[in-house]
Design a protein around this ligand. Structure first.
Ligand code: B12
Length: 382
């Protein structure tokens, strides 16, 4: 038996291009007002039909038509439908960020009939941001009132708690993390007492990084994004954490048993605490580390490598912001063109997601999650 929704769609298809009064459908199929009202609400929510309520002398009057089919205001209704489809896609993925590249691929594959071109997709995003239904997670550029969107710019539903796709953090007690953050930003902070507080995490460097530094910094980022701590607080905490990591690194006797690793952020990237963690881990297992530590144009990195007296074994490049994905690709091409296979390249950081695995043929190792990192450490310790 056909459902009331099927009957409605069948009727609208048979009268394509026409606005149909709801009363006409209830009479034709003998549907109860509540049944038809629920069915049209659901179809409207799914974006399959458009509903319009009109006030006439003889009372309220509802008409419906197939989405995208209106003769009177096709442009307006098409826009509403796009916004709805887009918003629904975000709702289905409420716990993560979605890049513009992913959106174009999704709409290309699944909704050909909706005619969502790249331009209309940008406009729909802009309207949803204006209505505060979506927020941009990256810095967007505007030109003459038009939003300029890069493939890797990301968006998420407003107010949603977005979980980073990379899962470096082993879950640990959030109350404890919050207490540590409070202390780290306070004027009472004192380095020796802090070391005592975190002593359970100091058994080995991997626990220190996976169970303390990474979850703590992710939470700092969340609190900052929710404006529960200020940018100044975030800077103070980052500085204190950097000193803590350096303090531990300075205690490692530097050796060059296994060769040299160059660490660098991708050009433009200012997140470097991850690299400091790598410096600690890999110097402990016997590598000599040269941490460039601040972003540099790739030609300067290449020049630097050419000038040092020993050819490094590895170059580690870190990316946190997805805005720099294109830069990373170009940087890798330049490195490969210059050094061929003389240096192995590893890339990693929160800016990479599973889908990127096949997008960097020049990289010898791609580190997206904690398992990848542990595997790399294991291989490089052999
Ligand atoms: C500290 C911090 C900063 C500091 C950085 C200080 C410093 N010296 O590094 C400052 C204040 C500079 C900063 C600036 C910005 N930040 Co910030 N920042 C952070 C924060 C809180 C912590 C980052 C961190 O140190 N994590 C801890 C380390 C240990 O983790 P990690 O980097 O992932 O590294 C680990 C692994 O990924 C791996 N790894 C990393 N790289 C590599 C490479 C290789 C080869 C390998 C093998 C492994 C590997 O090893 C590490 C150990 O496991 C994050 C929150 C978060 N979720 O991380 C936000 C965060 C990353 N920042 C954010 C933003 C928006 C910004 C700004 C754009 C803000 C602004 N409007 O100015 C700028 C951008 C500056 C720029 N151009 O880069 C957002 C990014 C959102 C997004 N996804 O796009 C975040 C997520 C905050 C948030 N929740 O919104 N930030």
């Amino acid at each position: 038996m056909e459902s009331s929704k099927d009957l409605i769609i069948k009727h609208l298809k048979a009268h394509r291009g026409k606005e149909i009064p709801v009363s006409e459908i209830s009479e034709a199929y003998k549907l109860k007002p509540t049944t038809i009202s629920n069915a049209i609400k659901e179809l409207n929510y799914k974006g399959e039909i458009v509903i319009e309520r009109r006030q006439l002398n003889r009372g309220r009057y509802t008409v419906i038509w197939l989405s995208g089919d209106s003769i009177q205001y096709p442009y307006v209704h098409e826009k509403e439908r796009m916004d709805l489809r887009l918003h629904n896609y975000f709702k289905e993925n409420e716990d993560r960020e979605i890049s513009f590249r992913e959106l174009t691929q999704y709409f290309d594959n699944n909704l050909i009939e909706s005619r969502l071109t790249e331009i209309s997709l940008k406009e729909a995003l802009e309207r949803l941001i204006e209505k505060k239904k979506l927020e941009s997670r990256t810095e967007l550029h505007f030109e003459e009132d038009h939003m300029i969107v890069e493939p890797d710019d990301t968006f998420a539903i407003t107010g949603a708690k977005v979980i980073p796709e990379t899962q470096f953090a082993i879950p640990c007690d959030t109350t404890q993390i919050h207490e540590l953050i409070e202390y780290l930003k306070s004027t009472e902070f004192e380095f020796v007492s802090f070391i005592e507080m975190i002593s359970p995490f100091l058994k080995n460097n991997q626990t220190f990084i996976s169970c303390l530094i990474t979850p703590l910094m992710i939470e700092v980022g969340e609190l900052w994004a929710q404006t529960r701590i200020s940018t100044a607080d975030e800077h103070v905490i980052s500085n204190r954490i950097e000193k803590l990591i350096t303090d531990r690194t300075n205690r490692v006797r530097s050796s060059n048993r296994r060769g040299t690793i160059i660490l660098t952020p991708v050009e433009g990237e200012e997140h470097v605490i991850g690299l400091q963690c790598l410096e600690l881990i890999f110097s402990e297992i016997g590598y000599k580390i040269i941490n460039i530590g601040r972003p540099l144009p790739i030609r300067s990195v290449i020049q630097y490598i050419k000038e040092i007296d020993e050819m490094p074994l590895w170059l580690f490049m870190s990316i946190t912001l997805r805005t720099y994905i294109g830069t990373l690709q170009r940087n890798l091409e330049s490195l490969k063109n210059t050094f061929n296979d003389d240096i192995k390249i590893a890339i990693g950081g929160q800016g990479l997601i599973e889908k990127n695995r096949n997008e960097f043929p020049e990289a010898d190792s791609i580190i997206i999650n904690e398992q990848d990192l542990l595997k790399l450490i294991e291989e490089m310790s052999k």
